[in-house]
Ligand binder design. Structure first.
Ligand code: ATP
Ligand code: ATP
Ligand code: MG
Ligand code: MG
Ligand code: MG
Ligand code: MG
Ligand code: MG
Length: 261
């Protein structure tokens, strides 16, 4: 009846905590795989980088960008991804918990759904899940700083892991590898890779060194004219694309100004 429905309406308004994200700020939702160290062991991921696992993460992000138009671009590495929403996005009325829960649940489902395509001969043996959080960045500069922080983290982790696993694969124990690397700086690690293993760090796959940046871009397609078969029409379509580029410097953002202005 009318009376009780009012009571229940009151319940919703009075007890559900609103956590509206600050208006006119960039929203970043960062997700991170839960216990993926264990998950990657359980599924025999190549170390330090399993290309198929990264391919699976990226395929999920492409599908997510196709579904959620409010996500402008995403940057990720390892088991984490950051999704960027525009300053003016009204997605879920900017309610943080709604946004985060939708992104993590959709992403987790995609990860399971797409598993077989990337690991056709490997059974999924546990239930992958992701944590998520929303952060607001009031200026483009701070958003750029955030993205640079994640790419620097990618570099530092990847360089360390590359050294660590080369040492382990060459017969050192994990403990020995750890103590060899303790206190080393970037040039020391590059030296170690080059002198001991003949690896030039900068020639390793860009996906490992730079992470993945996924965004929509205009793609021009030339299609044959139906009637006479000879002429052609130019079709411009928005397509989700993946790049493994430097996002710390200026050049990427100068080439793609529409992403961040
Ligand atoms: P938490 O639940 O706190 O996030 P975690 O075990 O997931 O714990 P992270 O710091 O997120 O720890 O690190 C993710 C780990 O997952 C990496 O250290 C690595 O061992 C593994 N991993 C993730 N993706 C890959 C991949 N593509 N190839 C190889 N290993 C991977
Ligand atoms: P949480 O339990 O909140 O998930 P976390 O340790 O997983 O904590 P995140 O906030 O998810 O950390 O950060 C992701 C990554 O950023 C970490 O795996 C680590 O590489 C790096 N990181 C986090 N905090 C710091 C810090 N204070 N200084 C340097 N690097 C950090
Ligand atoms: Mg975390
Ligand atoms: Mg963590
Ligand atoms: Mg994790
Ligand atoms: Mg992680
Ligand atoms: Mg609902």
């Amino acid at each position: 009846n009318v009376h009780s429905s009012n009571v229940y309406e009151c319940m919703k308004n009075e007890t559900e905590v609103k956590n509206k994200l600050l208006p006119y700020t960039w929203i970043v939702v960062r997700i991170d795989g839960r216990h993926f160290h264990q998950f990657s062991d359980m599924h025999d991921f190549d170390k330090p980088n399993d290309s198929k696992a990264l391919g699976l993460m990226n395929a999920c992000v492409v599908a997510l960008l196709e579904k959620f138009k409010d996500v402008i671009f995403a940057y990720g590495v390892s088991d984490e991804y950051s999704f960027v929403f525009s300053k003016t996005s009204q997605f879920q009325q900017r309610q943080g918990s709604n946004i985060v829960s939708m992104i993590v649940s959709f992403f987790s489902s995609l990860y399971v759904l797409n598993w077989d395509e990337f690991f056709p001969h490997k059974e999924l043996r546990s239930t992958p899940s992701f944590d998520g959080r929303a952060i607001c960045y009031p200026s483009t500069k701070i958003l750029r700083d955030y993205l640079a922080w994640r790419q620097v983290d990618c570099h530092i982790n990847n360089q360390y892991n590359t050294c660590f696993w080369m040492l382990v694969k060459s017969g050192k124990t994990k403990r020995e590898a750890q103590s060899i690397l303790k206190g080393t700086q970037t040039p020391d690690k590059n030296d170690l890779l080059y002198k001991q293993f003949g690896i030039d760090y900068n020639t390793l796959p860009a996906m490992f060194r730079k992470g993945s940046f996924i965004f929509r871009d205009k793609v021009e397609e030339i299609v044959q004219h139906r009637e006479n078969g000879c002429g052609h029409i130019q079709k411009v379509q928005m397509k989700v694309i993946i790049e493994h580029c430097d996002i710390i410097g200026e050049s990427f953002w100068k080439e793609n100004p529409h992403l961040i202005t």
